[in-house]
Design a protein around this ligand. Structure first.
Ligand code: GDP
Ligand code: GDP
Length: 460
C-alpha cells in the first residue's frame, strides 16, 4: 500500500507551503472533492522513485476553547486516514495553546507522529525549537518549508521504516552509475523485470465519483453469483482485492466501492473514500475511470483524471449509464466529452451500461491492450532508431547557439513505459520538442491506453 502522510497544525505554520513543495515534484496535482472532504487536499509525491500520498488539512482554528475546536473535523479525519502524521509548528511563534491541544490529541492516537518545527530559516534553530519539547512528542525535526531546507531528509526519515532507503542504496543496480555506460546490455538486465510483470495477474482498479456505477460494474463483471462470496464490509481505508479469470488471463479487480449484496443500500458518501481511490490507482496496472453519462465530466472527474495521469498508470474510460438515452442526448454527451477530455489522447473511451451489461465485455479488450502496451519490451536498437527518425524529421532547436544532439535511447521502465534519451544539452530542450518526441514515440510504438514518459540524460 502506498503510504499516506497527513500534515496537521495551526493555521499559518506552513502546511500548504510544505504540501506544495512535496507534491510539485511532478506537476503538483490535487484531488479536491468539495463537499466530501471539506478542505482536505490530496496530492501525490515521490521520493527516490517511491510514491506516497500527502494530505493537507488546511487550518485548525486555534482561536476557540476545547480540543474539538482546535482540531477541525477534517484534520481529525486526515489523521485517521494517514499512516504518518507530520505535526507542524511555527519555530518563530513558539508553542501556543493550540499546539498543546493538538499534541494532546495526537498522543492519544497510536499513530506514527513526527513533530516538525518549520520556518527555521534565518533564526537560531536550537534555541527556537527548545520551546516545543514541552509538547511531549519527543524528537523535533526542523525544516524551512519555503526554502526546502531539511525537507527531503525529513521525508526520508519518516518513510524509511516503510521503504528501507538505506538497504536499497546498496542493492539497487539502477542507481549504479556504470549502468548508463552500457546501453547495449541494458535490455538483458531489464528482461527479467518485464517477464515477471507479464506473468502476473493484471491489477485493475475501478474508480470514480460516488454513484457513477462502480459497484454495479464490479458486480456485472464478476457475475452475480460471486458477489455474495465477496460481500465483506470494506474498511474505510482498504479496497477489496478480487481475483478473477477471463479468457485465460488472470486479473485482480481492485474494488474501491465495496461490492454489496443486491438490495442492500449503503450511504454513498460514507463508502466513498478519496484515500482508498488514490491508493487503488497507485497499486493498479490499469485504471478504469467510470464517468456518469448523465452527469457529464465534472471537475471532480478531471481531478481524478489528473491524478491517474500523473501516476503513470494505464487508463480506460468507461462512460456509464448509456442505456435509455435518446440519440440527441447521446450526441450531446459525446461532444461535451470530446471537449473536456481533449487533453488525453491515449485512453480508449467506452460507452457502457453496467446495469444492463452492454459494452462491459469490450472493456477487457482495452484493459488488455493498455496493459500489453505498457509492459511491452522494446530494445535499445529500436528506440534509438525511432529517436533518430524523429530527429531527422524535425531537428532539435539551437540552445545558446548550439544544436541539441540526441545520441541514443533505451528503455528505463515499464507501466508506464519510460524512454531514456542521452545526448548533449538535452535537458535544455524546449517543452514543445519534448512533446513532439513523446508523440513520435507513441505513434511509432503504437502505444495505446498508457501514458509514455521520456527522461533526458546529459552526455553518453
Ligand atoms: P498553512 O496555513 O499552515 O497552510 O500555512 P502556509 O503554508 O499558508 O504558510 C503561512 C505563511 O508562512 C506564508 O506566508 C508562508 O510563506 C510562510 N512560510 C511557510 N514556510 C515558511 C518557512 O519555511 N520560512 C518562512 N520564513 N516562512 C514560511
Ligand atoms: P457507485 O457509488 O459508483 O458504486 O455506484 P452504484 O453502482 O452504487 O450505482 C449508483 C446508482 O446508479 C444505482 O442506483 C445504480 O442502480 C445506478 N446505475 C449504475 N449503473 C447504471 C447504468 O448503467 N444505467 C443506469 N440507468 N443506472 C445505473
Amino acid at each position: 500500500m502506498v503510504p499516506v502522510i497527513a500534515l496537521v497544525g495551526r493555521p499559518n505554520v506552513g502546511k500548504s507551503t510544505l504540501f506544495n513543495r512535496l507534491t510539485r515534484t511532478r506537476d503538483a496535482l490535487v484531488a479536491d472533492f468539495p463537499g466530501l472532504t471539506r478542505d482536505r487536499k490530496y496530492g501525490r509525491a515521490e521520493i527516490k522513485g517511491h510514491e506516497y500520498i500527502v494530505i493537507d488539512t488546511g487550518g485548525i482554528d486555534g482561536t476557540e476553547d476545547g480540543v474539538e475546536s482546535f482540531m477541525a473535523e477534517q484534520s481529525l479525519q486526515a489523521i485517521e486516514e494517514a499512516d504518518i502524521v507530520l505535526f507542524l509548528v511555527d519555530a518563530r511563534a513558539g508553542a501556543m495553546p493550540a499546539d498543546h491541544a493538538i499534541a494532546k490529541h495526537l498522543r492519544s492516537r497510536q499513530k506514527a507522529t513526527f513533530l516538525v518545527a518549520n520556518k527555521i530559516d534565518g533564526i537560531d534553530a536550537d534555541i527556537a525549537i527548545s520551546d516545543f519539547y514541552g509538547l511531549g512528542l519527543g524528537e523535533i525535526h526542523s525544516i524551512a518549508a519555503s526554502h526546502g531546507r531539511g525537507v527531503s531528509s525529513l521525508i526520508e526519515t519518516v518513510l524509511d521504516p516503510i521503504f528501507q532507503f538505506k538497504d536499497e542504496q546498496q542493492n539497487n543496480f539502477v542507481n549504479d552509475e556504470s549502468f548508463n555506460e552500457l546501453p547495449e546490455s541494458y535490455d538483458d538486465l531489464v528482461l527479467d523485470d518485464t517477464q515477471s510483470l507479464i506473468n502476473q495477474p493484471i491489477k485493475v482498479a475501478i474508480v470514480g465519483r460516488p454513484n457513477v456505477g462502480k459497484s454495479t460494474l464490479t458486480n456485472r463483471i464478476l457475475g452475480e453469483e460471486r458477489v455474495v462470496v465477496y460481500d465483506m464490509p470494506g474498511t474505510t481505508r482498504d479496497s477489496i482485492y478480487i481475483p478473477m479469470t477471463r479468457d485465460e488471463r488472470e486479473y485482480v479487480l481492485i474494488d474501491t466501492a465495496g461490492v454489496r449484496k443486491r438490495g442492500k443500500v449503503t450511504e454513498t458518501v460514507e463508502k466513498f473514500s478519496v484515500i482508498k481511490t488514490l491508493q487503488a490507482i497507485e497499486d493498479a496496472n490499469v485504471v478504469i475511470l467510470v464517468i456518469d453519462a448523465r452527469e457529464g465530466v465534472s471537475d471532480q472527474d478531471l481531478s481524478l483524471l489528473g491524478f491517474i495521469i500523473n501516476s503513470g498508470r494505464s487508463l480506460v474510460i468507461a462512460v456509464n449509464k448509456w442505456d435509455g438515452l435518446s440519440q440527441d442526448i447521446k450526441e450531446q454527451v459525446k461532444t461535451t466529452l470530446d471537449d473536456r477530455l481533449d487533453f488525453i489522447d491515449f485512453a480508449r473511451v467506452h460507452f457502457i451500461s453496467a446495469l444492463h451489461g452492454s459494452g462491459v465485455g469490450n472493456l477487457f479488450d482495452s484493459i488488455q491492450e493498455a496493459y500489453d502496451c505498457a509492459t511491452r519490451r522494446v530494445n535499445t536498437a529500436l528506440l534509438t532508431k525511432i529517436m533518430q527518425m524523429a530527429q531527422d524529421d524535425h531537428q532539435p532547436p539551437l540552445v545558446c547557439g548550439r544544436r541539441v544532439k540526441l545520441k541514443y535511447a533505451h528503455a528505463g521502465g515499464y507501466n508506464p513505459p519510460i524512454v531514456v534519451i542521452h545526448g548533449n544539452q538535452v535537458e535544455d530542450l524546449p517543452d514543445s520538442y519534448k512533446r513532439y518526441l513523446m508523440n513520435y514515440f507513441r505513434r511509432s510504438l503504437k502505444i495505446m491506453g498508457s501514458p509514455i514518459r521520456i527522461q533526458f540524460k546529459e552526455g553518453s
